[in-house]
Ligand binder design. Structure first.
Ligand SMILES: NC(=O)c1ccc[n+]([C@@H]2O[C@H](COP(=O)([O-])OP(=O)(O)OC[C@H]3O[C@@H](n4cnc5c(N)ncnc54)[C@H](O)[C@@H]3O)[C@@H](O)[C@H]2O)c1
Length: 478
């Protein structure tokens, strides 16, 4: 296992987003269990993972799979009970159910609600509970503050505390380290260690990402960086990159996610212009990206989930002068208006119009409604008088109803005059349009249905893809 000791600006793994690395093969030998764990190569100890959710539970299973004794900590008793029965409460994560079952069967994974006790008996604590936004778009630390306070009760000589939750720049050092020090009177980076290591996994492909993405680690001092990097080298097969500070590591996650938000905003602006001049934006983007310097993302109905639309605000909360980020956020949120206007225009108004929204989660196949664009989409349609029904292949009817839409049953006929897709679920490509004799417009919010055959009475409207351009080949090859 190589630990790169500086964030290089050359090196294949740091070249940029268009590089798809193959997963690294596991090169770890049989680990030696030690107590306490002091970071020697080939040795493992006990690690607590605080926050056993969509990210924390796969991490816990990964660590156990590499020989560590793992204590998963969660405030939800049902989560703790499931883990202690060898079950994953997180569905839709390939490989997770088996990994949790195996880890539990091997005796290396158990769970508790007591973070202080877990920290006390551990060599390493990984904290991965959410930080969200409050109503004023400022970081909402309630879960992280509570988790840190609980962990602080178990801080002891030699412990390494690693924050993986995305944080504003400086928080590891100035907000959380003093709290960990205050509880036990120990000094960070001398008596115990504190580092930040951004979680960069994508739901639905966590284990593949764990074997591929370089693990960035920045401590509050050299000793902390070294100890945290050594821990990751013992549990991950991908490269571990020791960064110069916790701030640099925090910033790297905000830079990566904000770049994507700003890039998507640009793609959305391009798409608006493409609509105006009757050009297919996907053809343009494929052509522009056919050399190594251009990575234009895809336009759509905006950006959802609790990462990409949230982290730009972490930067803005400390650096409001970053206007480009602010404008991009607004541009992406404004995409909902496109669908509303297009449908309004096609139908001559929305009062009493039955509309079907397909795809409610923020991304197809991920059971997450946080910041999903479907919520303002439904709200805006309803505000204009439309009667909104909705369907999502991974949500129950009650969950759809909670999103303020009438649940639609896939395969039923319906009086819809407009259908709007909010996710690119492949199921939607099999839609039977004969079920909707009154349909007049399909608004394809992710340009994923551009190739479907539509009845003559149905107009197609994509995002930067028009009815007359959509049947042309989208990709530029050669
Ligand atoms: N989900 C993603 O796709 C993703 C991707 C990259 C990074 N992340 C990072 O991971 C963080 C967590 O995301 P997630 O998807 O795992 O969230 P999640 O909501 O699925 O899980 C969080 C878990 O933390 C638990 N929790 C809350 N407060 C706690 C406390 N005080 N002590 C112990 N447990 C507590 C919750 O009960 C829940 O089980 C995000 O905030 C983000 O920084 C997430």
């Amino acid at each position: 296992m190589t630990i790169t000791t500086r964030p290089s600006n050359s090196g294949p793994s740091l070249l940029g987003g268009s590089i798809e690395l193959p997963p690294e093969a596991c090169r770890h030998g049989t680990p030696r269990r030690v107590e306490p764990w002091l970071g020697e190569e080939g040795s493992v100890g006990t690690v607590a993972v605080v926050g056993a959710g969509k990210m924390g539970l796969p991490l816990a299973a990964q660590f156990a799979g590499h020989g560590w004794s793992v204590v998963a900590v969660d405030v939800q008793q049902s989560v703790v009970d499931a883990i202690n029965e060898g079950r994953s409460h997180v569905t839709q994560e390939p490989g997770l159910a088996e990994a949790v079952e195996n880890a539990h069967r091997s005796g290396r994974l158990r769970a508790t609600t007591d973070a202080a006790a877990a920290a006390r008996e551990s060599d390493v604590v990984v904290v991965i509970v959410p930080v969200m936004l409050d109503d004023e778009q400022q970081p909402d630390y309630r879960y992280m503050d509570a988790a840190t306070a609980a962990v602080a009760g178990g801080v002891h000589q030699g412990l390494t505390v690693i924050f993986e939750t995305t944080l504003p720049v400086g928080d590891t050092r100035t907000r959380f380290t003093p709290r960990l020090e205050a509880a036990g009177g120990l000094r960070a980076d001398r008596d115990f260690y504190v580092a930040f290591s951004p979680e960069r996994l994508l739901s639905g492909q966590v284990f593949r990402n764990l074997g591929t993405y370089p693990k960035l680690v920045g401590g509050i001092g050299l000793a902390s960086t070294g100890r945290a990097a050594t821990f990751y080298a013992s549990v991950l097969d991908a490269e571990v990159v020791a960064m110069s500070s916790s701030e640099a590591a925090e910033f790297s996650k905000l830079a990566d996610t904000t770049y994507r938000d700003v890039n998507i905003a640009l793609a959305n602006e391009f798409a608006r212009y493409a609509d105006r001049v009757g050009v297919d934006i996907q053809e343009v983007i494929a052509a522009a990206n056919s050399q190594p310097y251009s990575h234009v993302h895809q336009p759509g109905l905006g950006v959802g989930g609790h990462c990409i639309p949230v982290y730009p605000h972490f930067l803005l909360s400390r650096a409001p002068e970053m206007e480009l980020i602010e404008v991009s956020r607004r541009a992406n949120d404004g995409q909902i208006g496109l669908a509303i206007k297009a449908v309004q225009k096609a139908l001559g108004g929305l009062e009493g119009v039955p509309v079907l929204v397909l795809g409610l989660t923020y991304r197809e196949g991920v059971n997450e409604l946080a910041y999903s664009r479907s919520l303002p989409l439904i709200e805006r349609f309803s505000f204009h008088g439309a009667v909104v029904s909705a369907y999502d292949p991974i949500l129950e009817a009650e969950e759809v109803a909670r999103c303020c839409a009438t649940p639609y049953q896939w395969g039923d006929t319906g009086p819809f005059r407009a259908i709007v897709t909010q996710t690119a679920d492949p199921l939607f490509q099999t839609i039977d349009f004969s079920l909707f004799p009154e349909l007049e417009i399909l608004f394809d919010g992710r340009n994923s249905l551009r190739d479907v055959e539509l009845p003559l009475h149905v107009a197609y409207h994509g995002v930067g893809v028009q009815d007359q351009t959509r049947t042309h080949p989208a990709a530029v090859t050669g």
